[in-house]
Design a protein around this ligand. Structure first.
Ligand SMILES: Nc1ncnc2c1ncn2[C@@H]1O[C@H](COP(=O)(O)OP(=O)(O)OP(=O)(O)O)[C@@H](O)[C@H]1O
Length: 382
């Protein structure tokens, strides 16, 4: 299998970095430095080499560099850019992305080898970026929306058109809700619900397919010695239930009928009360057969690490190219056995992995890693 890799990364006006450059040739990259030094900022920059708002789900205007002590920035923020020379699915290529409030629209701009592309979706042909951050620790206890977003990122990495589908569904639902509120004509509502149902079934089917593939990937490796528990996954939602119970050809009609029947209820609620926009991803600890939310904090963390590794294997085997992995502050919290298990799993995966931590000694066992020291505004080879 081929392995995607960042060869060179350049940041301009990005978070704590007025300008920074990093050249790497290793499979494992370790960034260490004190709290607040700017380690996560580097991972965030890499996460912008994929669709979406990066691993912090940031507003574009917040990302541009603010010099220390500067007055509060204006709402539009400062321009910023991330550029990476990578070895990807189609060979060596330069991916560039950034934001400039002076440019019309204030959208994120993306380029491949200097040529503008419509969106970061185009990056998926070259590179998949997966991440695990401390903010995801609460995933199993938090609201379903967080798990749905997590699920959709899992799907997006194996099915590049999923983002467009999900956005389309959200737009169509907003239009339906507006029509209901305005007491729009039945004919318009019929047409809108037709669109909602088509997109809803496509979104639910793509999620179910990814969950099935991921479950198969987990099952294929569950007998391997690993310090990370295997996860059992399921989707809980109205359309998923229809897909499980009825022939594929009937599902869209049935969901459309449900929407029609629910009009009075949905109008009163001001939103659509059933559909894949409310689906939940349920995760259980495989050996213990216990919902993840009832596992200990450490077990939940281990489950997430195991899921991330399985997902990375799945993405790699589907694309023939292992993804880039970003592990923010993951290693420090693991005991020695789990740490060794993680390093072994990463070596087997072969993917390029960027890891952060405050304490360099946590990474001592990674003999071939490229090590960098991060301080406010700078990143230097250790
Ligand atoms: N737009 C910005 N301009 C300048 N500095 C910023 C901007 N956004 C965030 N920062 C600074 O970046 C720093 C946080 O960086 P980051 O989260 O990468 O730290 P870290 O090294 O990962 O820390 P920890 O070990 O605590 O996780 C903070 O000091 C914050 O003030």
């Amino acid at each position: 299998m081929l392995h995607a890799a960042i060869l060179k990364l350049s940041l301009t006006g990005f978070r704590s970095y007025p300008a920074a450059q990093v050249a790497v040739e290793a499979r494992a990259i370790v960034l260490t430095g004190p709290n607040g030094a700017g380690k996560t900022n580097i991972l965030e920059a890499l996460s912008f080499l994929s669709p979406g708002r990066g691993l912090r789900r940031a507003q574009l205007a917040d990302v541009g560099h603010r010099p220390p002590g500067a007055h509060a920035p204006d709402a539009e923020g400062a321009p910023w850019a991330v550029s990476a020379f990578i070895e990807g699915a189609l060979g060596e290529v330069r991916l560039g992305t950034g934001y400039d409030p002076a440019q019309e629209g204030g959208q994120r701009r993306c380029r491949i080898d200097g040529e503008a592309v419509p969106s970061a979706n185009a990056f998926l042909d070259h590179l998949k970026v997966l991440w695990l951050t401390p903010e995801m620790d609460g995933l199993f206890l938090g609201p379903p929306g967080d798990r749905r977003r997590y699920l959709d990122r899992l799907v997006l990495a194996v099915d590049a058109s999923h983002g467009t589908r999900v956005n389309g569904l959200e737009r169509a639902l907003r239009s339906r809700n507006r029509l209901l509120e305005e007491n729009g004509s039945g004919r318009f509502l019929d047409a809108m619900e037709h669109e909602v149902a088509e997109l809803a079934v496509a979104v639910a089917a793509a999620r179910l397919e990814t969950v099935a593939r991921l479950s198969a990937e987990i099952a294929a490796h569950r007998d391997e010695a690993s310090p990370f528990p295997f996860a059992e996954l399921a989707l809980d939602g109205a359309v998923e239930r229809l897909i499980a119970q009825h022939p594929a050809l009937e599902v869209e009609d049935r969901y459309r009928a449900l929407l029609r029947d629910n009009r009075p209820r949905d109008r009163a609620a001001g939103r659509t009360l059933e559909g894949p926009h409310l689906t939940d991803l349920s995760v259980s600890h495989g050996e213990k057969r216990l919902p993840a939310a009832r596992c200990s904090t450490g077990e939940q963390k281990s489950l997430l690490i195991g899921l991330t590794l399985s997902h990375a294997r799945l993405v790699g085997s589907m694309q023939g190219l292992s993804p880039l992995l970003l592990l923010d502050d993951v290693v420090a919290y693991l005991d020695a056995e789990r740490r060794a298990g993680l390093f072994e799993a990463l070596a087997r995966l072969g993917a390029q992995v960027w890891m952060t931590g405050a304490d360099p000694s946590a990474f001592a066992a990674l003999e071939t890693a490229a090590r960098f020291t991060v301080a406010p505004g700078t990143i230097t080879r250790a």
